[in-house]
Design a protein around this ligand. Sequence first.
Ligand code: ADP
Ligand code: MG
Length: 577
Amino acid sequence: MVILGIDLGTTNSLAAVWRNGHSELIPNAAGVYLTPSVVSVDEDGSILVGQAAKDRLISHPERTAARFKRYMGTEHAFQLGNRTFQPEELSALVLRRLREDAECYLGEPVTEAVISVPAYFAEAQRAATKRAGALAGLHVERLVNEPSAAAVSAHISEGEEDKVCLVFDLGGGTLDVSLVERFENVVSVTAVSGDNRLGGSDFDQAIAKSFCEETGIDFERLDSSRREMLIRQAETCKQALTAQPMVVMSVDDGALQASLPMTNEWLIRKCSSLFQRMAAPVRKVFRDAGMSPSELDELVMVGGSSHMPSVRQYIAQLLGREPTPDSQPDTAIALGAGICAGMKARASDLRELVLTDVCPFTLGVAIYNEAEPGRDRMSPLIERNSVLPTSKEGVYCTVRDGQSKVVLKVYQGENPYCEDNTFLGELKLSVPPAPKGQEPVRVRFTYDINGLLEVEAVSRKGKDAQLLLRNQEMTEQEVERRLRELSELKLHPREQEVPRALLARAERLYAMTVGEMREQVDQILAWYQRELSTQETIRVVKANRRMEHMLDRMEAYLGQDTLHDPFLDDWNQEDPE
Ligand code: ADP
Ligand code: MG
């Protein structure tokens, strides 16, 4: 059964499938890959999706909706004719169209999809995206972050070279900036940031307004269809400036008459605040990752607005590096989503590829605030940008003498006080009475790649409570199955084989050596254990490689003979794990 990879964009949506060893884009009925994410209700009540709907933005603005992705997961409603739609219903209509196009192209039914979303989409927006899938008859178990999809597609097309790359994705409505590391066969997002109110349409608006300003037209007093027309024309001019140095924007519809020449320099001047806003998330990802731009190997610019020479120039100057010339701004994410769909379907030619992602927000528990009782503080357990899947543990203590119950409140967010963060759920457990501050409770958060959080709390009373935060549409059986998957995950069985072998080797070296050499082994061992304890895939993989080199060198130094000392091997076997 084929799984569809979908880039559900603010402006345009595309679909791809993994077939015959590569990701293949699916053309729509018009034979093109990009389907505008626009929905319009016709006079007879039928629904138009895509280019036809986009064309009605000017003629029937009151019956047409665009850019609804900006409102995913909110209560915002769109009035189209005499019907209101939720953002997720409009998204579902786009998804249904993509699904029909795919079924037509592939000649078989499609019931499952992997959908890409901006990396910083919070829980509510992700849940809404999954519901949109369900409403379109698509089972959506996995969402993939857009930058990860772009990085996976770069990884597949360029081969397995180790690289740190910055994915800069400027679409029609959102900016998404991420640091992605590609190491051997692992693709891992290390930090994400963005601005979900900044995109190509802001340039269109700014150009249209500046055009009016300079030609003496009062933009705000135009009716909505004239404004939409000007914005559309501004977009055409903006796109023309990608291919030519100068363009003349002109309108003449009887009432309105004006024309103005434009260049990229003009555009940069008129949109300077938009450029400045691009820099903030770029700086933030480096700060979050504890890296400097000089450590960057590659700049991948995707999203339709990355075609703009002014944008490329601005980011290139900001980072002191040219973008990769052959990235495909319009299709990279969809191609990557297609690869992820192949991975989800367990395609045999993708077995080796591992994709890890990061948690875009911090998850933690409320702790008692002695200074201000009633204003609980946030104690983060899984920090923003932790690599997924992840499992982290914290130990907390009772706050009152003889306390017999502990209520654990789980929050999501970046603020120090819980009241400013999003409450996700709570869990109660009993503790044996003891003086305050002396009774420990161990709390473990496990967060999987599909966005499912499991919370476990253990007290000395042996009580083991469990709380599962799930998306609304999941059935009991589904939760059962995922719980099983999660408990398997905590063991990290395959990942732990290599570390265990390396630890055994180091311990053997320790036993073999004395003095300075032994001290050195001891230090390396401590470092390696620290790296392992981060549980971050890419760090662990790197540590493995370094550890192996160091052990190789030390063993070579000590000489082959001692390595296979039968006594030492015996000692190793007797030593319990
Ligand atoms: P989204 O991810 O929001 O769906 P896209 O990645 O498809 O958006 O990008 C759409 C945006 O890219 C639009 O604002 C469009 O004007 C802009 N765009 C597309 N092609 C070009 C081009 N050649 N030059 C400048 N801007 C372009
Ligand atoms: Mg996009």
